[in-house]
Design a protein around this ligand. Structure first.
Ligand code: PAF
Length: 294
């Protein structure tokens, strides 16, 4: 579908690369914005194992002046620094699309960019990068999205993003699916990172008591924040995601393994902050934050 909207993707991460490849395959190329100029041939391995290549070239930051939709598929802690970096060139009509694990950036971006339309989204499309010029697509997922601040032409933008992030479900209150995703990430990510195991290994009985205790804490915080999270339903969703992604290492597992900064502050750290504001017990989440922050 051609909507004549100029879309730019920020950064060179797995999900950003995946969207770039998908848009090129669909004949509606996105543009790319990186801190440093990038020009390479990306080797793509599809879900069915087939391989092909995609020329990958970043734009000059000045191209932002024509940007209608800016997608930020970054780590949560990279969102504000990236936006700060490009802010002088960012037109006020550009819709910002926050697409990352964890929560807490929405409030900050709304405050710092008081005029731009903003969308928050969460996706289960999955890919990883075995090397800087390679991407391996590992899961055909779905996207949940919603406006935090609406643009003057919401339908055009929604249509455009729906084809790029398909299947894409639009929500009046996007925080509802975001809280569910946060609950899943708050259990799978820190535990697979701490024990250095694949997602599927979490179904083993030896982890069940720890998972259930963590879910009890998370569920109380979610529910008191206005997003009811039934403990049994959360357990079922977590085990189902662990099963569906059994052979994968979670993003936090890899960050820990490669000694990179993790998103713990925006996942369990966000829960600790919310729980403390509400006067709730946050002991287990706080312990995980402490153990995985370095
Ligand atoms: O962060 C991740 O790795 C993913 O969001 C999830 C759902 C835990 C699956 O690996």
């Amino acid at each position: 579908m051609n909507t004549d909207l100029t879309t730019m993707i920020v950064g060179n991460g797995a999900i950003g690369n995946l969207l770039y490849v998908r848009s090129h395959q669909a004949g509606q190329p996105c543009r790319l914005l990186c801190r440093q100029k990038l020009s390479q041939i990306l080797e793509v391995t599809c879900l069915d194992g087939s391989k092909h290549t995609c020329a990958f070239q970043s734009d000059e930051p000045e191209a932002l002046s024509q940007c209608d939709i800016l997608i930020l598929p970054l780590k949560a802690y990279q969102i504000l620094p990236a936006l700060d970096h490009f802010s002088v060139l960012l037109p006020v009509h550009t819709t910002l699309v926050l697409l990352h694990n964890g929560m807490g950036t929405a409030e900050q971006v709304m405050q710092q960019f008081p005029h731009n339309p903003i969308i928050a989204a969460t996706t289960t499309h999955a890919a990883f990068k075995p090397a800087v010029n390679q991407i391996c697509i590992t899961g055909e997922g779905a996207t949940q999205a919603g406006w935090l601040r609406q643009s003057l032409q919401p339908k055009r933008i929604e249509q455009h993003l729906s084809s790029l992030l398909a299947p894409c479900h639009w929500h009046q209150d996007v925080f509802a699916p975001m809280w569910k995703k946060l609950a899943i990430n708050a259990v799978i990510n820190p535990l697979t990172a701490l024990y250095q195991i694949k997602n599927g290994e979490l179904s083993a009985p030896k982890y069940r008591a720890e998972i259930e205790a963590l879910i009890a804490e998370v569920s109380a915080i979610m529910t008191a924040s206005g997003y009811p999270g039934d403990e049994q339903e959360l357990l079922a969703s977590i085990l189902s995601v662990a099963e569906l992604t059994a052979g994968n290492f979670s993003s936090m597992n890899r960050d820990r393994f490669y000694q990179r900064q993790t998103e713990i502050g925006y996942i369990n750290g966000y829960l600790v902050k919310k729980g403390q504001e509400l006067g709730l017990n946050t002991r287990l989440n706080a312990e995980l934050v402490q153990r995985l922050s370095c």
